[in-house]
Design a protein around this ligand. Sequence first.
Ligand code: AMP
Length: 299
Amino acid sequence: MSLLVFGSTALDSISTPKKKNPRLLGGSGSHAAVAASFFVSPKLIGVVGKDFPSKYTSLLKKHKVNLKGLKVREGKTFHWAGEYEVNMNNRRTLSTELGVVEGYSPVLPAAHRKAKYVLLANNPPGSQEAIIDQLEKPKFVVADTMDLWMNVAMNDLRSLLKRVDMLVLNDSEARQLTSDDNVVSSLPKLHKFGPKYVIVKKGEHGAILSSRKGLFVAPAFPLTKVEDPTGAGDSFVGAMVGYLAKTGGSIDSCIRKAILYGSVVASFCCEGFGLNRTTKTTRSEINQRLRALEKMTRV
Ligand code: AMP
């Protein structure tokens, strides 16, 4: 079934203690769409400036990402710069330059309004909700968010959460949103904001799903080397929704496997800068890692 992905399409400048890589293809939308493309041909919605390199457009097209909803505006592409410490769990945002994102309101091409699966990857909650307003009859809407929006757009975030089926956020964001230090006891509080499904991501320690079927504790794929975790969260949710859209079946019966696919695709993302490793990954490598992960967690 059709999948719509709305998110940032960015140029990312990433520094780790070992390497600096300026102006790579990044953004929550790009990472999520490429991850989803292992399962379906996602329709990406977003905006870039005239400076967006054509090699990145070609790369997205090569991955069968539908770019009809990617608007090109006069001005500069959204640019994000971040720096990791030796402990890669610690990241600092050095700068965020909105560029063409400023004043952009997403408009869905007519054919995109019929999308059944919708991923609202990290973006201002007001524009995430503007996408929902344009949908005809979606089956499953997932929203990702970040601490920034809790600080500057909490009312918009509250309004958005009433209208999504699933919320995905990381553990520190769950704590911030609920003022609860314990991730497990924060889950019922997160459901109270609206979503029936909540996933709290815990980086290298995996993720917890909470739904009316109870909890599912999912591992991350264990890696010996992490080159750059930027976009791992977006890859996780992109692959998960991509798999759900491919099966088109009941969410409850597919969600656990979807989450494992999310963990696997996110692990490839961490093994290279930006999208370098993800875009070289094959479906058979993904299946191999999925089988390994299933084996490692079987009792
Ligand atoms: P993650 O590592 O999963 O948190 O995602 C990092 C990605 O999010 C990078 O590719 C950034 O371009 C993108 N990003 C960072 N800040 C923002 C923001 N304020 N809005 C939208 N996307 C962002």
